[in-house]
Design a protein. Sequence first.
Length: 106
Amino acid sequence: MKGKILVIILLVTLFDIRDFSTQSIIEEKFEKLSLYLSNKDEEKAERIWESINFSVIESLSDSLKCMYHYHTANLDILKGNNADYLRNGKHLELAKQYMERALQMG
């Protein structure tokens, strides 16, 4: 019985570590993306953007979702996609909502 409980605890811990490492990887990529966007290096920013696995976006923390939407709008603007104001506005509004929610949760 103790062996089964130990295995279950180990599996739960491994899943928690996996989720944490996914969050850490995405956070690191967002930090690089932020640097390239601030330096107006479109090519490097685009390369980092393409390396992000967007299927995990919904499982991210609110603060990382905020960064995702904020960087999406900024990358579009850097690439010269200024014509789609509604899309950029939507991303910036979502970023604001996620930031407010993250601040409320502590």
